[in-house]
Design a protein around this ligand. Structure first.
Ligand code: NAP
Length: 678
């Protein structure tokens, strides 16, 4: 193929490679695939992001941006074959590319859906509940989050050119922050192709994304406290970048996802012959060979009970022997080459270091075969399994990441030893435990949780559906302490927060309602002439309120309700027993009776804009209601969220009070209300 000339996308223009550009070789054939590198005006890029992209994105609501992500996911999904084809040059089998390409598109879909379901159709994200800061409730607190007003600089690793880009773009764009993407050069031709599709889609507003094919020059020295760097790569590069005086002086956010000596523990219960033993072996082999072990989450240390150590080695060897290495385009090849010759040299160097403490029990880089490719030209290595006989006394095996198909088996005596060995990695992205014993899971999680960003537990019950040790999921946080970089990404809305500023806002209920668009109890309400259930979605305003008539509760009501529903709990039926209970003065009305009567008081029965009652949240019964008491209800529009083109969700703040005005129950009612024009 003719080498692709990779272009950067800066301030709305595509810019081709400059004089400093370097060639990128195919991992399989060694032939030139692409040429990348250009001299860019980084200040102009930042100005474009801050001055054009940011305002364009912030003009949209969270829901608008979530819809944008969904459209983008669909757009890329229709064009992904081109990315699969290009990824062959990076040494990826179809299964490897599926993780990268479909995994990336899936991540966009999840963020799109979380943005619609868990974030408001507005501009301010409400974080947590209102805090009562004063006795009478005239002065309250609320944490809110608003988008940073700078740019997000994404520096990605070579191993996932698509997923790595999209898993950072999704939360950034959902937050409302423009991004400048810098992929790792080695696989930047895949990232550039995907990025080009994003631009060509026209889905994102101007300035939302820019792309650097090449180095970042002095970009990081031009950042301000409103910018954020999200880095994925080696610990060495992360340290160099994050310790720059400019980044430190301006407290510029720096999220680091870096290398990690992930461990997998086989539980003491999981002897050979159990489903867990086989599962452990399967996961270990998969983590060694998928992406030729070039995954930040791959299992580097295989920790097994001393008694099963030899069985584990034998079982892993038996599977590795069947690994067909070669041209990833060929049917039947299950492991391609490493991404580059540089990566090959690095892995072999690290393997040499590991060999000072561990003995190689499988795989010889000087003697192995490849299918359909020239072993001399491609960056091929065989899977290499080591055994460390004294893991407690070792240090290199706990500290050296050979970023390839390399893993070390080590034995443990007690579960505490196993946990201590896992924690010797100094902080990891993920640790797995394969055990069918919940007590083992409890002990391992409490002993190891602080050192690992994710703990993946699998056994015979979950293995049919489990997602795999090595798969970070957009719903769950990805990141880990210490050696893993101390960063965190994804985790649904948690990941969006990295691109927003949390602010503790204090003020009166009216102020908080105005800021958040959510009714805060104590703020002004408006009692409208027509019943709110007669009004369409768009005609309801936050704070619109209905005060109902009151209704007396009789002993007959309670008895009727008890017989009708079968709920003859003693507190409703037996005066003496109820009185003996510290919560009740005597027989009291059922909480569910109060809810039912409340509905009877506030509903407007004839067909109208209210389509359905879809649930309630936060129900609390605060004071018992005795026979002879009466109740009335206040219903206030708390929050509105568009759901489809024809209806939206309305959340109502409901207060049920007694004849003395004391609150007996509160809850949040959800209804679906039709649009007038729907
Ligand atoms: P790397 O050499 O540290 O490079 C990572 C990124 O940093 C690349 O985009 C690289 O660009 C860029 N970079 C290097 N020097 C830079 C500088 N002076 N200024 C700005 N950017 C610079 O790591 P890698 O070899 O690509 O990736 C492998 C490592 O990443 C492994 O250690 C792996 O564990 C880790 N990783 C971690 C995760 C995670 O989520 N925690 C995920 C994947 C990989 P160039 O390519 O142009 O040099």
């Amino acid at each position: 193929m003719t080498a692709l000339s990779l272009e950067s996308f800066a301030a709305g223009r595509w810019i081709g490679p400059g004089e400093e550009a370097r060639t990128i070789a195919s991992a399989v054939t060694g032939e030139d695939v692409a040429i990348a590198g250009s001299a860019l005006d980084f200040q102009a890029m930042l100005d474009h992001a801050r001055g054009v992209g940011g305002p364009n994105l912030r003009a949209l609501t969270f829901h608008d941006r979530a819809r944008m992500l969904k459209a983008l996911a669909g757009w890329l999904g229709e064009r992904k074959q081109a990315l699969y084809d290009l990824s062959l040059h990076a040494g990826c089998t179809k299964a490897d590319s599926w993780i990268d390409i479909d995994g990336g598109i899936g991540t966009l879909f999840v963020f799109a859906s979380k943005g619609r379901r868990e974030m408001p159709d507005g501009h301010v994200f409400v974080d947590g509940s209102v805090e009562q800061l004063s006795r009478n409730g005239t002065f309250l607190g609320q944490h809110v989050a608003t988008p940073l007003q700078g740019a997000a600089v994404h520096i990605n690793a070579f191993n996932f050119p698509v997923w790595g880009m999209l898993e950072k773009l999704a939360p950034t764009l959902l937050a409302g922050v423009p991004a400048i993407v810098k992929p790792a050069t080695a696989t930047s031709y895949v990232a550039e192709a995907c990025f080009r599709m994003i631009v060509e889609s026209g889905i994102l507003p101007e300035g939302a994304v820019q792309f650097i094919a090449g180095g970042t020059g002095d970009l990081l020295d031009r950042l301000t406290p409103q910018d954020v760097v999200s880095f994925t790569g080696s610990a060495q590069t992360a340290l160099m970048l994050r310790s720059s005086p400019h980044i430190l002086r301006h407290s510029i956010r720096f999220i680091a996802e870096q290398d990690s000596l992930n461990a997998s523990i086989l539980g003491p219960d999981a002897a050979p012959g159990t489903p867990e033993f086989d599962l452990f072996v399967k996961e270990a082999v998969k983590e060694m060979t998928v992406k030729a072990g070039q995954k930040c989450t791959a299992i580097r240390r295989i920790i097994a009970p001393r008694a099963f150590e030899n069985d584990v080695i034998a079982a892993i060897r038996a599977k590795l022997e069947k690994t067909v290495i070669g041209d990833p385009a060929l049917e039947g090849v299950c492991m391609g080459p490493l991404a580059s010759q540089a990566q090959l040299r690095d892995v072999l160097e690290k393997v040499g270091a590991i060999a000072t403490e561990a003995h190689c029990v499988f795989g010889d880089p000087a003697s192995f075969t490849v299918e359909g490719a020239d072993i001399e030209k491609g960056a091929f290595v065989p899977p290499m399994l080591f055994h460390c006989a004294d893991p407690s006394g070792a240090s290199v095996v706990h500290d050296t990441e050979a970023f390839g198909p390399v893993s070390t088996v080590m034995g443990y005596e007690t579960l505490d030893d196993a946990v201590a060995l896992a924690n010797r990695g100094g902080g990891s992205l993920v640790m797995s435990l394969i055990s069918h014993d919940p007590e083992v899971a409890r002990a391992v999680t409490s002993g190891a949780g602080a050192w690992h960003g994710r703990i993946y537990i699998n056994d015979r019950d979950s293995m049919g559906e489990a997602t795999g040790h090595g798969s970070p999921l957009p719903h769950m946080t990805h990141g880990g302490p210490g050696r893993a970089g101390g960063g965190e990404e994804m985790g649904g809305v948690r990941g969006v927060m990295h691109y927003m500023q949390r602010t503790a806002v204090q003020g009166s209920p009216d102020m908080l309602t105005a800021i958040t668009g959510v009714y805060v109890p104590g703020s002004k309400t408006v009692e409208t002439e027509s019943h709110p259930f007669r009004r369409h979605f768009e005609d309801l305003a936050i704070g619109d309120t209905l005060h109902t008539q009151s209704r007396a509760i009789t002993l007959e009501d309670i008895e009727h309700f008890a017989q009708f529903t079968g709920d003859t709990f003693y507190a409703h039926m037996d005066e003496a027993a109820a009185k003996a209970n510290p919560f009740f003065p005597g027989r009291v009305a059922h909480g569910y009776l109060l809810l039912s009567f409340a509905a009877g008081l506030f509903v407007e029965p004839s067909p109208g804009p209210v389509l359905a009652n879809v649930g309630l949240d936060g129900l609390s019964f605060q004071k018992p209601v005795s026979p002879g008491d009466s109740i009335r209800v206040t219903l206030t529009v708390k929050r509105k969220t568009k759901r489809t083109d024809s209806y939206g969700e309305v959340r109502w703040h409901v207060v049920v009070a007694n004849q003395d005005g004391e609150t007996v129950a509160t809850y949040e009612l959800h209804t679906m209300n039709a649009y007038c024009y729907g």
